[in-house]
Design a protein around this ligand. Sequence first.
Ligand code: C2E
Ligand code: CA
Ligand code: CA
Ligand code: CA
Length: 278
Amino acid sequence: AKKSRRGGFVMFSAEMGSDIRERVRLLQSLRSAVESERLFIVYQPQVDLITNAVVGLEALIRWRNEDGTFVPPDRFIPLAEASGMIIAIGDWVLRMACHELVRLQGQGAKDIRMSVNVSQIQFRNPEFIDKLKSALSDTSIQPECLELEITESVAMEDADFMLETLHSVRELGISIAIDDFGTGYSSLSQLRQLPIDRLKIDRAFVSELSDDVMGGHIASMVIELGRNLQLKVIAEGIESEAQAARLKQLGCHEGQGYLYAKPMTSVLLKDWLKERGA
Ligand code: C2E
Ligand code: CA
Ligand code: CA
Ligand code: CA
């Protein structure tokens, strides 16, 4: 039963039933996608807004069906989280991304870091730090080149446990970015306690940026906050030169978005980096 708005309980409707059946179906095909290796990773470049140099890559997971259609991560990640599959999937993404960076560095791409999204379920798992350690040693990635992206809500909850895990990550030499920053409700005092390196301005606030002075209040606030707390700031979802110019003017360090490049497969990325001389 689902709690209704008035506080009472309503029974499952036919619509909810079909929603559940749909979720079960999706979960079954996710299992078989994992087994038949139909998951892969794409990489989106992150650039220095002043020099335009490539400074990082974000690993983003993709699921391609047998018929060639894609299931967006926003749809299957929540399911992978609810079923616990995210632990194995997330560990796989982490290892693949580390391998990719080491390979790119071998091909001459220096001074580039790899950012990996980490779900709250992974982060809360007691084995997370051990898994991180073994990914580091198995792939021989330099920890300084690895960054984990966790969402604002994750960083703020269960303060003690989270804080401990964040510290352990940092002790390994890995940096931490707060993803989708500005969408949560973290207070300044909470934020300044966190051992983090970077704030990532959510796409929603970047798209609000326009040439006029009124747009982009939140983006400029986050940049200011970053300045005060001595954190790096990156903006995601930059699609226009105007947005990039405004962010740069506001003092944002780095950016990521279709203006620079869409997420690319490993093969395309290699050529893209070569063309940029990175
Ligand atoms: P996110 O971490 O906030 O990732 C940014 C999303 O914005 C990505 O969507 C990216 O493709 C998209 N994007 C980048 N630049 C632009 C732009 O200029 N314009 C627009 N409109 N979109 C842009 P994607 O790849 O569909 O991923 C969606 C979400 O799924 C991610 O949001 C992240 O929360 C989750 N996700 C993706 N891969 C993983 C993963 O390996 N592990 C976990 N836990 N979550 C993942
Ligand atoms: Ca992210
Ligand atoms: Ca984000
Ligand atoms: Ca987002």
